[in-house]
Design a protein around this ligand. Structure first.
Ligand SMILES: N[C@@H](CCC(=O)N[C@@H](CS)C(=O)NCC(=O)O)C(=O)O
Length: 345
């Protein structure tokens, strides 16, 4: 099959998957909060194997940055961060799984894009990680920039933003390449590690995650170019504004807590805070929990049980982890970054 046919086929399959997802949308809007409470747990769609974002630890417990987003919502709803069942989903089935009700939240390295937002019957929550697509190559190829990838075979996964970004980036530059597409991330990673492709491509944070799994991470180099914008955000079905509020404000709690200097360790002390906004957030004054169908201690519970955004970032992705990521644009707006919570008032 010629390369262009190959590309067209995958793009077309992406479209069909989207239409199928729409067709599977439940006809009536039921309250996700009621369903979740009745069930006693949240169903959270996650990446199967993505160190830092979502992976099973030695004891089989799910951990990671995306996992902590669902734990925050669980703390808000149940005053317990672990009332969550994690559903590992490959890239090409994730949106259908959300649409058909198989999961309540998709917290899975999802890029928020125009077509996904407008044609899949989904809504995206706040951006939890500002990223961009990068390329990684074996160090021994001695490639220093994306411009040197002419005629390279590039490994990628279907149902992701990665193929279109490659097209958008390379075609205007007249750089030809061959895309090699895999069913799941295990095959995709192993093909790259075994030398089947000259380069692999995905979000830069995910490249760091892949590199962390390599036997010898030093053998791989992430190229300097960032070829796209990949704002990663959890997604929910479009038909439930209350569930959307709960997701949005759970994420904003993480961000606002960092801005206010409230941490897992000191949140109890902040119950005595003189700051009216902190009092409202922590349920000391006002009825902010009730407004979204939750206990007034919902935000307090998120911070107490999961921490603030900075703690979640550091624990899963930060310089002391095997991914070793710096905050970059994911700093608070007060520190020159893009993270900004609307006010709790
Ligand atoms: N942010 C991009 C790509 C995210 C993505 O799904 N990346 C793949 C790698 S290309 C992944 O999740 N790998 C981990 C896994 O499947 O467990 C998107 O939303 O399409």
């Amino acid at each position: 099959m010629s390369k262009s046919k190959h590309v067209t086929r995958w793009l077309a399959m992406g479209l069909v998957a989207g239409v199928a997802a729409l067709a599977a949308a439940p006809a009536s809007a039921q309250s996700t909060l009621d369903t979740v409470k009745k069930r006693g747990k949240i169903l959270c769609g996650v990446s199967p194997v993505a160190p830092g974002f979502s992976y099973a630890d030695d004891k089989g417990a799910r951990r990671g940055f995306d996992v902590d987003i669902c734990r925050a919502v669980s703390a808000a709803v149940f005053a317990d961060p672990d009332k969550v069942e994690y559903v590992p989903l490959n890239t090409n089935v994730r949106f259908q799984a959300l649409q058909s009700g198989e999961v309540d939240i998709l917290s899975r390295q999802n890029t928020w894009s125009y077509t996904r937002d407008t044609s899949l019957g989904l809504d995206f929550g706040p951006v939890v990680f500002y990223d961009g697509q990068g390329l990684m190559v074996p160090a021994k190829l001695n490639v220093k920039s994306a411009a040197e990838l002419s005629d390279a075979a590039i490994c990628l996964l279907p149902g992701t933003t990665t193929l279109q970004n490659l097209e958008d980036y390379f075609r205007p530059k007249n750089i030809k390449y061959e895309s090699v597409v895999f069913e799941n991330s295990d095959e995709w990673r192993n093909a790259f590690f075994s030398g089947r492709c000259d380069a692999t491509t995905t979000d830069r944070s995910d490249l760091a995650s892949v590199r962390a799994i390599a036997n010898d991470p030093e053998q791989y180099v992430i190229l300097p170019e960032t070829i796209s914008k990949e704002p990663l955000a959890p997604a929910i079905r479009q038909n439930d504004p209350n569930w959307r509020d709960i997701l949005n404000w759970s994420v904003y709690t993480l961000i606002a807590a960092e801005e206010k200097g409230i941490t897992q360790a000191n949140v109890e002390d902040h119950l005595k805070s003189e700051d009216p906004e902190v009092q409202r957030m922590l349920g000391v004054s006002g009825d902010f929990g009730k407004m979204i169908g939750l206990d007034n201690k919902w935000s307090f519970n998120i911070i107490k049980m999961v921490g603030n955004y900075g703690e979640v970032f550091d624990r899963n992705l930060g310089p002391k982890t095997r991914l070793g990521l710096s905050r970059g644009p994911n700093k608070l707006w007060t520190e020159g970054g893009l993270l900004y919570s609307p006010p709790f008032r």
